[in-house]
Write a protein that binds this ligand. Structure first.
Ligand SMILES: Nc1ncnc2c1ncn2[C@@H]1O[C@H](COP(=O)(O)OS(=O)(=O)O)[C@@H](OP(=O)(O)O)[C@H]1O
Ligand SMILES: [Mg+2]
Ligand SMILES: [Mg+2]
Ligand SMILES: [Mg+2]
Length: 367
């Protein structure tokens, strides 16, 4: 097998699955989130979207690669409840998953027959694998950035293939990101803008050793992407990409790190692994995800698998706050790591130095 053929079939299937799931989450957004009937505190649309997207991706993976394990964020326990609300949720998920699996998407993987309720629940539960160092497994975050999804901001459908603990393939759907990286991102909370714009929706693809690419939801042509070329000398011209939620990443520490590196540009805040994608195509230069508080939060593999490979293949280095590589072979979580620091290869070590200094100053040098 030549290197460019490696993971070819997996890539085709993963793109089609992520594309279908992205179309379905967009549909949920349009029909449920952006509809006037939703109250601000109503989280149910994201739940419908999470389950439907996981059902779609897992059904396709189960059919194409029946022996592969899946580590998915969601499980179907809630949908098996007899409570009427959950029964309603289950009916909606069944309908959306079947629509997503039976529509023609680039002539591939289209189901000719709809799935029964139990088949959909089983597909979702295929995501229950414990992870680990041996063999092939997929990891799926059906909607990463659930808060972004509800705000009409950025979210991503993220699928990675991990083989013997290493991410080999990453595919990420970002339905609300402009295809053109120079175009303005939709304003958060402006549901009408997201509904109206026809230039939104990107799929990112990376295979280990074979580069990073993007395509639109409608045109299958893959175009190469890369990080902005930045040297240690020009680090001051860089910008950060960080979480929207201060509970997920320490904004205060990031400001101090910017100061230490001489960076003055304001940080770009964005939900989800769209941060990895954004930096991968040169819109923002450094992705910082510093632990908050005592650093007890342990990151999940599905929150980083696809994004980290994309950024590495686009010319970057991804590590935790101490410069250790992310270890995807330890189960469902990144137990050996704390936080994430990602940047161009040429400046990554300098950023790690500044991170260590900032944490030391805060009395969090032990993290
Ligand atoms: N305390 C804490 N620290 C770090 N990370 C956390 C924390 N709590 C949750 N999560 C995970 O963050 C995922 C979303 O990450 P984002 O970078 O999109 O966060 S943010 O919404 O922009 O703040 C989110 O993924 P989704 O649940 O798929 O949205 C969570 O897995
Ligand atoms: Mg997530
Ligand atoms: Mg999620
Ligand atoms: Mg979640």
């Amino acid at each position: 097998m030549t290197s460019s053929n490696k993971w070819k079939r997996e890539e085709e299937v993963a793109i089609n699955a992520v594309l279908r799931a992205s179309l379905t989450t967009s549909q949920v957004f349009q029909q449920l989130v952006a509809s006037s009937s939703m109250t601000k505190s109503d989280k149910s649309p994201v739940t419908v979207g999470d389950f439907s997207a996981q059902a779609i991706v897992n059904s396709i993976l189960a059919r194409e690669f029946p022996d592969d394990a899946i580590v998915g964020e969601e499980d179907a326990d809630d949908l098996r409840s007899e409570v009427e609300d959950k029964q309603q949720l289950k009916r909606k998920v069944l309908q959306l998953a079947n629509e997503g699996l039976t529509r023609d998407v680039e002539g591939q993987n289209t189901l000719s027959k709809t799935l029964e309720e139990e088949e959909v629940l089983k597909a979702i539960d295929r995501g229950n694998h414990a992870g680990g160092i041996k063999g092939r497994m997929w990891t799926l975050d059906p909607i990463d950035g659930t808060k972004g999804f509800l705000r009409g901001g950025q979210y991503a459908v993220c699928l990675g293939l991990i083989v013997d603990g290493k991410v080999e393939l990453g595919v990420m759907g970002c339905p609300n990101l402009p295809v053109d990286k120079a175009a303005a991102k939709p304003k958060e909370g402006d549901f009408d803008e997201v509904k109206k714009r026809t230039d939104l929706g990107v799929i990112f693809v990376a295979k280990r050793g074979q580069g990073a690419f993007q395509r639109s939801l409608t045109d299958p042509t893959l175009r190469p992407i890369s990080l902005r070329d930045i040297s240690a000398a020009s680090l001051a011209s860089a910008s950060f990409c960080e979480s929207v939620e201060s509970g997920h990443s320490s904004h205060g520490t990031n400001s101090r790190i910017a100061q230490l590196l001489g960076i003055t540009a304001p940080s770009v805040r964005m939900d989800s692994q769209a941060k990895y994608a954004s930096v991968s195509r040169g819109d923002g230069d450094i992705y910082l995800r510093l632990p908050v508080g005592d650093g007890s939060y342990i990151e999940k593999i599905w929150d980083h698998a696809a994004g980290s490979l994309l950024l590495e293949e686009a010319g970057g280095t991804v590590s935790d706050i101490r410069g250790r590589p992310l270890d995807f072979g330890l189960g469902r979580t990144l137990t050996a790591n704390k936080g994430v620091v990602a940047a161009h290869k040429a400046v990554h070590a300098k950023v790690i130095e500044a991170v260590a200094k900032a944490l030391e100053e805060e009395g969090r040098g032990h993290l």
